[in-house]
Design a protein around this ligand. Structure first.
Ligand SMILES: [Zn+2]
Length: 250
């Protein structure tokens, strides 16, 4: 069973790495419900998560999630102690905290641009997560942490992109960075193509100027002389400017 789960996790992690450019250190957003479940099941989050993701992790939460635990009282004191140790990421509810589920969803936006994993047992949050593409979910079931399989929204998004139906800006970026990392030449090709297009637009006015020079060569010479003079003046000005601040300092 363990090996099966590990294989599935590997598959899921590489899915997010490849399609949504998830990178180490993996950022995991926790709420109180997950910490409470971990505590009940004697799961050491800090030790288990790096093993599970086979890489460096950053354990994070938000102020709203912490505030929610405070208001829920003594029963969740242990969970609060765990959550307090994590990095607090800035959310938009600095002045008036909202429920943790609402807050964490707001951290993900529409496309999860900061590549958060979310660790929760909250069903409203889980339901919301499944509507966001590229948002992996951790939950605890029967004493173990489980990384949920990619949601249908994520799968659909990846398929649409692969078919060329849909390329969101976030995905364009992720695709570019992936290609650069893997040294695939398509990115260079695209860039070269763009440069060539620019060159095509420039030579036309230049070639027109050359033709004019043939007709009357004197006016362009004056222009170049003026240009040189201007350059000299600029250089002189620069050298003059350098000692000026020194004078003000003394
Ligand atoms: Zn918040």
């Amino acid at each position: 069973m363990k090996i099966k789960r590990q294989k599935q996790a590997k598959k899921t992690i590489s899915f997010y790495k490849y399609n949504f450019s998830f990178r180490e250190p993996f950022q995991i957003l926790f709420d109180g419900t997950f910490c409470q479940a971990a505590l009940k099941n004697k799961i050491q989050i800090k030790e288990q998560m790096p093993k599970y993701l086979m890489g460096e992790v950053q354990l994070c939460t938000t102020n709203c999630a912490l505030k929610e635990l405070e208001t829920l009282g003594k029963e969740l004191y242990g969970a609060k102690l765990i959550l307090q140790r994590y990095q607090v990421r800035n959310c938009a509810h600095f002045k008036s905290p909202v429920p943790a589920s609402e807050c964490l969803l707001s951290m993900l936006g529409e496309t999860n641009p900061h590549h958060y994993f979310v660790a929760t047992q909250d069903h409203t949050l889980t339901a919301g997560l499944k509507k966001i593409s590229g948002c992996p979910l951790f939950y605890i079931i029967s004493n173990t942490i489980v990384l949920d399989k990619p949601s249908q929204v994520s799968l659909d998004q990846v398929q649409a992109v692969s078919l060329g139906e849909l390329v969101s800006p976030a995905q364009q970026q992720s695709i570019r960075s992936l290609k650069e990392e893997q040294g695939i030449g398509q990115v260079d090709g695209e860039r070269r193509g763009k440069k060539r297009r620019r060159k095509k637009s420039h030579p036309n006015p230049l070639s027109c100027l050359k033709k004019k020079k043939k007709g009357g060569p004197t006016p362009p010479r004056k222009k170049t002389e003026e240009g040189e003079k201007k350059r000299n003046r600029q250089k002189k000005q620069k050298t003059e400017e350098v000692p000026a601040p020194a004078k003000t300092n003394t």
